[in-house]
Design a protein around this ligand. Structure first.
Ligand code: AMP
Length: 269
């Protein structure tokens, strides 16, 4: 496994790769959820490329950029174990060599809804950095978690709308045994909050089992756990309107203590 930092090193290392390239974009603090993406990439491609970069442009001014966990040695061990061929760990200057980007990717209407309503500019930051990484790495296939379902939908749409050429593959959410979706931000939960956080997945599973009243049923479970959601919505699988007889998606964001936790599940027709 080769680990590179500068843009020049990345370009040189990328030039050595041939055949299908599976790419996984991460912000590090890797856990079994990231590992599922790496395993899918490993199984489906000749070469596996991983990026580890905490992207400042997708964080709001009051968010956790400076305290976001950065356990780089442990992360590299996970990549090595998963059989990655090339890991890019750039600094901010390597990614934004020309300074703050002035030309950015506009996420369209969906970029202002759900997560986008709570985090103005977040998806422009995400899509811009992902587009840059796609251009530098030129993946055949790229793997994104359903955990961040709106991000997956927007990256998929960007790849189509801008002809970025990467096949965007969604990977199901990996959960703790009690149902809590794995997240790098779960480390911010103290023991009491960790117990309450299970209310999020419980609420979603209850809602998914009761499609006609999915939102009301899920809200009742959140109430039991004293969790007030930022949003709790049932949408179509593409995050448009729900369509009768087709799979839908129940999505929630809620603060439990300091971290804002996201989760979503499929709601079968
Ligand atoms: P992050 O490092 O949080 O930016 O996440 C990098 C990728 O891992 C994104 O595509 C996430 O959706 C995905 N991911 C994060 N948590 C999970 C999880 N619990 N299960 C599956 N994928 C995940």
């Amino acid at each position: 496994m080769e680990v590179v930092t500068s843009r020049a090193e990345l370009t040189a290392a990328r030039g050595q790769l041939s055949g299908d390239i599976g790419y996984v974009a991460t912000m590090g603090a890797l856990h079994a959820g990231h590992r599922a993406l790496l395993d899918r990439a490993r199984a489906g491609n000749r070469q596996v490329v991983v990026s580890i970069f905490v992207n400042p442009t997708q964080f709001g001014p009051t968010e956790d950029l400076s305290r976001y966990p950065r356990p780089i040695e442990a992360d590299l061990a996970v990549c090595e174990q998963a059989g990655a061929d090339l890991v890019w760990t750039p600094g901010v200057q390597d990614v934004y060599a020309a300074g703050d980007p002035r030309v950015t990717v506009a996420p369209g209407p969906l970029g202002n809804e759900l997560e986008g309503a709570a985090r103005p500019g977040h998806f422009a930051g995400v899509l811009t950095v992902v587009a840059k990484f796609f251009n530098l790495i030129r993946p055949t296939r790229t793997y994104f978690g359903e955990k961040d379902y709106q991000q997956l939908a927007l990256v998929r749409r960007m790849s189509l709308d801008l002809d970025l050429g990467a096949d965007v593959i969604g990977v199901p959410t990996v959960r703790e045994v009690d149902g809590l979706a794995l997240s790098s931000r779960n480390v911010y939960l103290d023991a009491v909050e960790r117990q309450r956080a299970v209310g999020i997945s419980r609420a979603l599973f209850a809602g998914a089992a009761d499609r006609p009243q999915a939102v009301g049923t899920a809200r009742a479970v959140l109430d039991e756990f004293g969790i007030v959601p930022d949003y709790l919505e049932l949408r179509g699988a593409d995050l448009g309107p729900v369509i009768d007889g087709e799979p839908a998606r129940l999505l929630v964001a809620a603060r439990v203590g300091s971290p804002r936790l996201l989760d979503n599940v499929e709601v079968a027709p």
